[in-house]
Design a protein around this ligand. Structure first.
Ligand SMILES: Cc1cc2nc3c(=O)[nH]c(=O)nc-3n(C[C@H](O)[C@H](O)[C@H](O)COP(=O)(O)OP(=O)(O)OC[C@H]3O[C@@H](n4cnc5c(N)ncnc54)[C@H](O)[C@@H]3O)c2cc1C
Length: 340
């Protein structure tokens, strides 16, 4: 009692008294309001990795009530080290995300909900999002920062090597495996262009077409002129130790020792909710957005890997920040013009 100020004492006493005096229904109204406040947000961000967290930071700092729903399955989770992002070069992906989350958590305007968003629907004033826990949250605007899902080919050992010695991007990992015995898994125009790109990092380069080559004769000649070999044999298995590639085993039983393979995989949107809400996709399968990251549906925005093939942490963060700023601007405009 000593440390309790008079004003605080009176306030607490008042609250205590109200417990006995006020009718029960009034308390349940209060509880309901508090609970509904906890479920109502200016913006719900589905996907709380680099892009979603960056959007949350911009919005949280703009005093917007933000909910991040995330089930912690970022696309780079198997990679031991992430590169090419200033101040975080060489750190584990999880370490970068954890620090980001810790910094975003400092803002009392931002709330986290670790779960899978299973459904979302349009309401009169915005959106309702449901999660696998059965919770339902409401917001005026939605951001999808949900990334993409790489589709692994049916080659034994491939998925174990993904992000460790089977790589998607030389800017992220090329420096670490420079001048090593390197393979490209690809064919046709894409195989040709990717081989040209990777020749910047290694002169010991082979294009594996995993079946008959579909290179034009000009492309094949051009690769040969630059000492890039082409192998058409079908691949059975990637032999590896803890994801570190040792050999490619071919279906004919032969093998080739190799340090690293680059390839670009087909992908699906990680989250199908934007499509269910009517957001259009591009021909390549990305969510269609305008320059303010707005999708083709009003009040729904998207950022990060789900909208671009320029797939880097730096780019995901940059897009998230921009999206957050754009949504805040839109909310201000709506308030000034009494639109909502
Ligand atoms: C193997 C690999 C290695 C890479 N290495 C590098 C590197 O070294 N340097 C670099 O700059 N970039 C690298 N990248 C690219 C980089 O990882 C991505 O550009 C970046 O992760 C994209 O961030 P994002 O927030 O858009 O998506 P992601 O990081 O993929 O995160 C999407 C988040 O959304 C969540 N989510 C999706 N759907 C739902 C849902 N319905 N409900 C709740 N949550 C949901 C997921 O669980 C996930 O947490 C690498 C990529 C891969 C695949």
């Amino acid at each position: 009692m000593e440390n309790l100020s008079r004003r605080k004492f009176i306030k607490q006493g008042g609250i205590m008294a109200s417990v006995f005096v006020l009718p029960l229904s009034f308390h349940s109204i209060l509880n309901k309001k508090e609970m509904s406040d906890k479920k109502h947000f200016d913006v719900i961000i589905i996907g709380g990795s680099y892009s979603g967290l960056a959007a949350a930071m911009a919005l949280g700092r703009a005093l917007r009530k933000v909910l991040i729903i995330d089930n912690e399955k970022p696309c780079n989770r198997q990679t031991p080290h992430s590169h090419n992002f200033l101040t975080q070069d060489g750190k584990a992906p999880k370490e970068i995300a954890s620090l980001a989350k810790q910094q975003v958590s400092m803002y009392d305007t931002v709330v986290f909900h670790n779960n899978l968003a299973t459904n979302a629907s349009k309401t009169e004033n915005g959106f309702e999002v449901q999660t696998s826990s059965g919770d339902i949250f409401k917001s005026k605007k939605l951001i999808f920062a949900t990334g993409i899902k790489d589709e692994m080919p049916n080659i034994k050992g491939f998925s174990e090597c993904w992000g460790i010695s089977v790589l998607h991007c030389p800017y992220c990992h090329g420096y670490e495996v420079r001048n090593e015995t390197t393979g490209i898994l690809g064919n046709g125009e894409y195989g040709f262009e990717f081989s040209k790109l990777i020749s910047n990092w290694s002169k010991d380069l082979t294009l594996f077409t995993n079946g008959k080559s579909t290179l034009t004769s000009e492309q094949a000649a051009e690769l040969e002129r630059h000492h890039i070999k082409t192998v058409e044999k079908e691949i059975e298995e990637l032999e590896h130790i803890n994801g570190q590639l040792q050999n490619i085993i071919f279906k004919d039983g032969s093998k080739k020792s190799l340090k690293v393979i680059y390839t670009r995989l087909p992908f699906k949107q990680h989250c199908l909710i934007p499509e269910h809400l009517g957001c259009e996709l591009t021909e390549d399968g990305y969510i269609k957005i305008d320059t303010s990251h707005k999708t083709t549906i009003n009040d729904i925005f998207a950022c990060g890997d789900n909208v671009t093939r320029m797939r880097t942490v730096a780019n995901a963060v940059s897009m998230g920040t921009t999206t957050g700023m754009m949504i805040n601007k839109e909310l201000i405009e709506e308030k000034f013009t009494d639109k909502k």
